[in-house]
Design a protein around this ligand. Structure first.
Ligand SMILES: [Zn+2]
Length: 399
């Protein structure tokens, strides 16, 4: 099937092509052209000057519409996919919370056996957030599940290396360096986070293969003072070290604007990825929701914030990608091309899939986030198929 996505303002890597057409053949971009002969296509979707961005890629996403990945059901993952497709997410990493090995295996098994059945944002595999954290930096993860890695548990997890795409780990805990080496040798992205590590400890992890940093500034060490001595923590390592990319929760709540600007200034536009870190209360009425499984940490969702019950910290976000896009555009002033890097191309690079997805180029997957001028999502298209269309979004003409 060949169809035309007509009259888009296409956001490319370094420019915007106005009123341009995309020829889609099955799941790929066959051509980018100004004038198309309208008779050649099975279907034409006229997007009438909306912005067509490469489909957003969310490297850190736990839930939405009342569901969490740790519910460990296909239905829950489908609900999360549907919710985030409405926010322009084309791809996401199904992100687990710290839990028992058995419950993590349940999620991994579902991802393995149901790779292509979910309709909505497409999962690229799992991001294991934990359970190997510094005890004091567990954040909203239940402390009883936080532990140090063993060689045997690492081996059992590596049996799922076909579906695990990344893992967040604190590099200073016993056994961490061996896990980092084994996971990165198996092509899994090792991300540093939930940690009290020093600059030296973080650098050792980079030498072992760590390449990414989980929600920069949140649940991690900054300048460490010990007596008269000061050392850098993970924040300083992330800002300084070119071998590390970093993700940021750009909801305007977790991290103030000046810290986002500092990160972009220090690391450059090509090393920052925006993530939602969304939890099950995203897209739901205000109330109490658990982070992780139904037995997880309770959080109060109110005024677009999820706060742990004791009021001591945030428990993930309740945002969609397009809402973060809005924040980064309106309040921080980044351009569309810069945001396309931070929302699509950079996360594709983190996962080494930038040859297939992450930008609008001939031969790449036809995955797009289509935004109107108010940054509302008009459509999300994944590999040639619309997975979300706002009501009466566009005139479709079929033949
Ligand atoms: Zn998280």
């Amino acid at each position: 099937m060949k169809w035309l996505l007509a009259n888009g303002n296409l956001v490319l890597r370094d420019s915007i092509l106005e009123n341009t057409n995309l020829v889609i053949n099955e799941n790929k971009i066959e051509a980018i052209e100004k004038d198309s002969s309208m008779t050649d296509f099975n279907e034409i979707i006229d997007v009438k000057g909306c912005y067509v961005l490469p489909g957003f890629i969310d490297l850190h996403c736990h839930g939405g519409y009342g569901a969490d990945v740790m519910d460990a059901s296909l239905e829950a993952i489908g609900t999360i996919s549907r919710f985030h497709a409405e926010g322009g997410t084309a791809y996401f990493l199904t992100t687990t919370a710290s839990d028992s090995l058995e419950n993590l295996q349940k999620v991994l098994q579902i991802l393995r056996t149901n790779k292509n059945v979910i309709r909505g944002a497409k999962t690229l595999g799992a991001h294991l957030e934990g359970p190997y954290f510094a005890q004091k930096k567990h954040g909203c993860h239940l402390p009883q599940f936080v532990r140090t890695p063993s060689e045997s548990e690492t081996s059992l997890l590596l049996e799922y290396k076909d579906v695990i795409r990344s893992i967040t780990i604190a590099p200073e805990i016993p056994g961490a360096l061996s896990l980092i080496k084994r996971f990165s040798e198996n092509g899994i992205v090792v991300s540093l986070g939930h940690t009290e590590c020093s600059y030296d400890e973080a650098l050792k992890a980079v030498e072992m293969g760590a390449s990414h940093v989980t929600h920069l500034y949140c649940a991690m060490s900054g300048i460490i003072k010990n007596g008269v001595e000061r050392k850098g923590g993970l924040i300083e390592t992330a800002l300084l070290e070119d071998r590390l990319s970093a993700e940021i929760i750009a909801d305007g709540i977790h991290v103030p604007s000046e810290l986002i600007r500092l990160a972009v200034k220090a690391k450059g536009m090509d090393k920052i990825c925006v993530v939602t870190d969304a939890m099950r209360g995203a897209g739901m009425p205000e109330g109490i929701y658990t982070f992780g499984s139904m037995r997880g940490q309770e959080a109060v969702v109110k005024a677009k914030m999820a706060v742990v019950k004791e009021g001591t910290g945030l428990a993930s976000s309740v945002f969609k990608m397009n809402e973060m896009f809005c924040h980064m555009y309106n309040n921080l002033g980044y351009s569309y091309t810069e945001l396309a890097s931070m929302f699509s191309y950079n996360p594709a690079c983190v996962l080494s899939v930038q040859e297939k997805i992450g930008s609008i180029e001939q031969g790449k997957m036809a995955s797009f986030t289509i935004l109107n001028r108010d940054h509302e999502v008009e459509a999300t298209i994944v590999e040639g198929k619309p997975v979300y269309l706002r009501k009466a979004a566009f005139n479709k003409s079929e033949k």
